[in-house]
Ligand binder design. Structure first.
Ligand code: MN
Length: 438
């Protein structure tokens, strides 16, 4: 399965929706990410496509006969989540992309009719794009592994298994929420300041984790592993994920079975799903290994995977404290890692996940784990910046941060860029910390 670019990636094509042609837009006609939205006037959830600062309502466009050839997908496209479309496979997704592209291009002749199917993003509420049955969170940045490992296992920062397989834990699907939902500071079992006892108290070490998520499209049956060359065919599209983490709870509870309540209180996902078709121009070789590195297991590599197993995404974390917000100070970029620096690819994660016969379900969310660059300044979480709570991060407001404080807002952003192609973005993955109710 390969991903070729086609006419839908032509950077010269413009849309009659003029905001989609504005320089810097994340949603030009070459992107066409899918999401689920509602409005105050029409509260039912429905599927839409982002175009500039507008949302094309897919059901409304079907009603007007503007999406010819997609009648067979009518039930999936009129659903209140993307699951049915996700399960319909790649040909259906490609047909939708082609048809919507044709409708939205400047010379379609349908500007007036289709314009009536647009909803301004500012008037819409975005929801989770899918019913997520399972959430698996990986640990695939060697830079994150090294910097966090140095804190807890200085003698062996990167565990021996890290280079053999993508490590993961099973997360909590019921607490994956859409961008914008406030993050209530979790309470948990912590050591009291004297260290004499464990007490239930609000976490004092609340952190974010910048991650890239992948929604599973086509399912595999129980007992049927997915090969590395088929992995892309089971991936529907990508979003941004903030795996909020309470480090003090995590440190205490994780031995010997790994994270539990330190992460299950909430995970934020960005609402727009950028399809694998939209990402075709940004495929890059899988990360190159040093000659003396552990050899890749045969099942986790292939000729095609070596040349295009990776995806290039420039990521950003932005932070705004309550004081910055109050004084009108813009959010500050605190980190800019590259997704292509991950040691393992999403294809390897999905393949490894099913290597024991585990069945994935349509709508399952697999997330990359913290994305951190080689340098500490491009860390994907605060505990790496502060070296375990020792070095506070200075902010332009004169404040400093070791961990997140009440009122802090974190944004994750991601953009794909390549010479000769239109940049495309993921939209925002946002959450503000609010104090616990007690
Ligand atoms: Mn994580």
């Amino acid at each position: 399965m390969t991903f070729e670019t086609d006419h839908t990636h032509d950077p010269a094509v413009q849309s009659w929706g003029t905001s989609a042609n504005a320089p810097g837009t994340e949603f030009p006609i070459q992107n066409l990410p899918l999401g689920v939205f509602s409005t105050a006037a029409a509260k039912e959830r429905r599927i839409g496509v982002a175009i500039g600062d507008q949302i094309l309502g897919i059901g409304a466009a079907l009603d007007k006969g503007l999406l010819p050839g997609l009648e067979g997908l009518s039930t999936a496209l009129r659903s209140d989540s993307l699951n049915l479309l996700m399960s319909s496979g790649r040909a259906a997704r490609q047909a939708l992309r082609d048809t919507v592209f044709t409708l939205l291009r400047a010379d379609s002749g349908h500007a007036a009719a289709a314009g009536a199917c647009l909803v301004p993003m500012r008037d819409a509420r975005m929801h989770l794009p899918a019913q997520i049955g399972n959430f698996t969170d990986f640990f695939t940045s060697i830079h994150h592994a090294r910097r966090t490992g140095e804190l807890f296992r200085p003698d062996m920062p990167v565990a021996p298994n890290f280079r053999h397989m993508p490590i993961a834990y099973h997360g909590r699907a019921s607490t994956v929420v859409e961008s914008g939902v406030p993050c209530v500071r979790p309470r948990g079992q912590l050591a009291d300041p004297q260290g004499a006892a464990q007490v239930y108290a609000p976490s004092q070490r609340l952190d974010f984790e910048l991650e890239v998520g992948c929604f599973v499209g086509r399912e595999n049956s129980l007992g049927q592993p997915i090969s590395i060359d088929d992995a892309d065919d089971h991936m529907f599209g990508l979003c941004l994920v903030n795996d909020w983490s309470a480090r003090d709870i995590q440190m205490w509870e994780s031995y010997p079975l790994g994270p539990f309540l330190a992460k299950s209180f909430m995970t934020t996902a960005s609402p727009w799903v950028v399809t694998l078709e939209a990402l075709a121009p940004y495929r890059v070789p899988a990360p190159k290994r040093d000659a003396d590195d552990t050899p890749l297991p045969a099942a986790l590599t292939s000729t095609r995977h070596v040349t295009q197993g990776g995806i290039s995404i420039s990521l950003k974390v932005l932070l705004q404290t309550a004081a910055m917000q109050k004084s009108g100070m813009a959010p500050v970029v605190i980190s800019q890692p590259q997704f292509s620096d991950q040691y393992w690819t999403l294809g390897q994660m999905l393949t490894h996940h099913t290597s024991n016969g585990c069945s994935l379900r349509t709508g399952d969310l697999l997330s990359s784990g913290t994305v951190s660059g080689p340098e500490r300044k491009d860390s994907g979480c605060l505990i790496e910046f502060n070296a375990g709570g020792k070095q506070a991060l200075p902010l332009p407001s004169g404040e400093t941060r070791l961990f997140l404080e009440d009122g802090d807002t974190v944004w994750l952003r991601g953009v794909c860029e390549r010479d000769g192609y239109k940049p495309i973005g993921f939209g925002e993955c946002k959450g503000q910390i609010v104090r616990d109710a007690t």
